[in-house]
Design a protein around this ligand. Structure first.
Ligand code: GLU
Ligand code: ZN
Length: 289
């Protein structure tokens, strides 16, 4: 792969269970999008939320991707291997005076749509606290390849947000900002349900002087009761014995109508015909296999 030159896209599942139709659809879209731009495609397990991890999931996910011809480049990454990077980022933010230690209980925060600022002056580390980063009223602006131009004021949408949880783990926002801020990652394609995290991640990347990737937030697959297909909504896991049918289902949901082809040729056809503009911003309903 020419990824040293062109950079990479990435797929970053949380290893909480096997891939379901919604995650296969996102994996395929991210793969096609990277390949269509001549980028490498990396795989990263977002495994910081220990209690939610399923120890069997990583193997299972690798097998499913493999069975569907979705071959990743380079070594599989795990966020749990990057703790030193996150710690360094946290220290940097702390040295900039941007973090504080928050001991607010859930109850104290109830009814507030954004963080009320209660602990802003708590600058000394303490182990019974969450770490929050201060935000300002500047407008965060970015162009999303699917959802169009986005504008948010973090003071209105999130407020000072958590970057390390009170129970220990680094928060999704910090870990993802550090990993996606790697100069090798130039493209992030993920579900539209994650769109409102992006301003927070861009904010952290800017503070940490990291280079932001380009973003594409694609429509989400909904179940017939219009919930996002997920582990919680009991999405059926993907059957690895039917990769062709699964890929065809996902390609149709992505707006592509491929001719009859074998798996490898099918993927090549899809790379050649990949066009984000075909997708449109609206979520899609998938009723089941
Ligand atoms: N690990 C996250 C998830 O599976 C995705 C994170 C991302 O793509 O930024 O929902
Ligand atoms: Zn607080």
């Amino acid at each position: 792969m020419a990824d040293a030159v062109a950079g990479a896209g990435r797929f970053a599942p949380s290893p909480t269970g096997p891939l379901h139709i919604g995650s296969l659809y996102t994996a395929l879209a991210s793969f096609l999008d990277a390949r269509a731009q001549g980028l490498a495609w990396r795989l990263r397990f977002d495994d910081l939320d220990q209690p939610r991890n399923d120890p069997a999931a990583p193997e299972r996910i690798l097998r499913t991707l493999d069975a569907h011809g979705l071959h990743w480049d380079g070594a599989v990454q795990r966020q749990s291997d990057h703790l030193e990077l996150y710690e360094a980022a946290l220290t940097e933010l702390q040295q900039m005076g941007m973090v504080f230690f928050c001991t607010c209980s859930r109850q104290q925060l109830q009814g507030h749509s954004t963080y009320p600022g209660t602990c802003r002056s708590r600058r000394s580390p303490r182990s019974d606290a969450a770490v929050r980063v201060r935000v300002d009223a500047a407008v965060c602006e970015f162009a999303d390849s699917v959802q169009g131009r986005q504008q948010t004021r973090l003071t209105d949408s999130a407020g000072d947000f958590v970057i390390k949880r009170r129970d220990g783990p680094f928060a999704y926002q910090l870990a993802t900002a550090v990993d996606d801020g790697d100069p090798g990652i130039v493209r992030v394609l993920r579900g539209r349900d994650l769109l409102d995290n992006t301003p927070r991640q861009l904010y952290l990347m800017a503070l940490l002087n990291l280079e932001a990737p380009a973003y594409a937030h694609i429509p989400v697959l909904l179940s017939p009761v219009l919930e996002k297909w997920s582990k919680q909504t009991l999405a059926p896991s993907v059957d690895d014995r039917k990769p062709d049918a699964n890929l065809r289902t996902c390609l149709a949901l992505l707006g592509l109508k491929p001719p009859e082809l074998e798996l490898q040729a099918l993927l090549e056809w899809a790379v050649a015909h990949w066009d984000l503009r075909r997708l449109g911003p609206k979520d899609r309903v998938f009723s089941g296999f």
